[in-house]
Design a protein around this ligand. Structure first.
Ligand code: PLP
Length: 379
């Protein structure tokens, strides 16, 4: 399989006919997102379940990513060398390829950062109400994790003063998720820079940007910090969310090569990217408009959720990311179960230290409507 983008585009010229048709027909969901389920692809959930629990992108991958995936699938007997994708990402981000490392989803990098950077006696600083991929590893290692609450009465804003005050001489890792899962809280570039400036240089500042494609184009992010010369910053990105490729398990980290070298000692090896993802990533990078379509769909869904929750008198917390927290108070767990009994799967906020909330990932329009129809009956 050639790595030349021009060659790739030439090879996928058949899809060039299909794309405008798909889009002009105003079809929200790609062919893969509505595929035949006779292969048991429902992952243990009932076939007809409405799955609003895992922050998946129901638009699915871009048609070009699908073409790339199909090309990869035909070569499934081969190993792929994920490192050969880094020139494309380097071009995309305007950074040298040595500063990029591919992983089996961004989770691989998030989990390896503590494993490679923490030493006995150290500690990690992060937030309470957040996705804890890396924090769990630190806990399993017996490392102290200092979690600082988000500010509830300010729409769950990050308590940056509190987070920085928690940093002490033993702190080795500082982890932030922006936009956050489950609250959608997003750090501005100025806030990220403030944190980076305040942290001692030996502290690795890990920024999980899984949902960054849902932010406005000019938002500013952790990769900008790295380009500015901060050598203790690791940013993780993924193709799972706005690119709609969660099942292909492809993410990457951006950091100074010495940080990546350390991570590579323990994982993110040459074969961490599978060959289907290898083709799909090239397709996705040739159709960046797809991530913008995902963003527009999320904005539309968010407005719908806000409107419906307002009608029901329910308080919500949400940001640019593809889900909303809905305040249910004491009824959270029982509603979670009752919805599950009706084959509607949502997240229970207790998984992210937000026990009074259900986290509902935006699904297809009909699924969102079905969720509210059932919720109304249960309230
Ligand atoms: C904040 C955050 N980071 C990382 C991930 C996992 O991403 P990936 O699929 O790239 O491993 C998730 C998944 O929901 C997430 O919410």
């Amino acid at each position: 399989m050639s790595l030349s983008r021009r060659h790739f585009l030439r090879n996928t010229s058949a899809s060039a006919v299909a794309i405008p048709l798909l889009l002009n027909a105003n079809i929200d969901y790609c062919e893969a997102a509505t595929m035949d389920t006779s292969y048991g692809l429902s992952m243990g959930f009932p076939e007809d379940a409405i799955r609003l629990n895992w922050n998946e992108n129901t638009l699915g991958p871009s048609p070009l990513a699908l073409e790339g995936a199909k090309a990869g699938l035909a070569d499934a007997y081969r190993y792929a060398l994920g490192g050969l994708l880094t020139p494309f990402l380097a071009e995309h981000h305007g950074i040298s390829k040595d500063w990029i490392l591919m992983g089996t989803g961004s989770t691989e990098l998030q989990r390896l950062a503590p494993a490679t950077h923490l030493k006995e006696g150290g500690n990690v600083v992060s937030s309470s109400e957040t996705w804890a991929g890396g924090l769990r590893v630190a806990e399993h290692m017996g490392i102290a994790v200092k979690r600082v609450n988000l500010i509830e009465n300010q729409d769950y804003a990050y308590d940056i003063d509190g987070l920085l005050a928690a940093v002490d001489s033993k702190t080795q890792l500082f982890i932030m998720v922006t936009p956050n899962n489950p609250t959608g809280t997003s750090l501005t570039y100025v806030e990220l820079k403030r944190i980076a400036d305040a942290l001692p240089k030996h502290v690795l500042f890990v920024i999980d940007e899984a949902y960054t494609d849902y932010l406005p184009d000019d938002w500013g992010d952790g990769i900008d910090l790295i380009k500015e010369g901060y050598e203790n910053v690791l940013v993780t990105r993924t193709f799972s969310k706005a690119h709609g490729m969660a099942g292909l398990r492809c993410g990457y980290g951006v950091a100074h090569p010495d940080i990546l070298k350390n991570i590579k000692k323990f994982g993110c090896g040459p074969a961490s990217t599978n060959i289907v993802a290898f083709g799909a990533v090239q397709g996705a990078l040739n159709d960046l408009e797809h991530a913008k379509r995902s963003r527009a769909y999320v904005q539309k869904s968010r407005a719908y959720y806000q409107q419906q929750c307002k009608k029901l008198g329910l308080k919500t917390i949400s940001g640019p990311s593809p889900f909303t927290l809905i305040k249910m108070g004491d009824r959270t767990s029982s509603l979670h179960q009752s919805l599950k009994d009706r084959k509607i799967l949502v997240g229970n906020g207790k998984s992210w230290n937000a026990p009074n909330y259900l986290r509902v990932s935006y699904g297809r329009e009909k699924e969102n409507q079905a969720f509210f129809k059932e919720l109304k009956k249960l309230l």
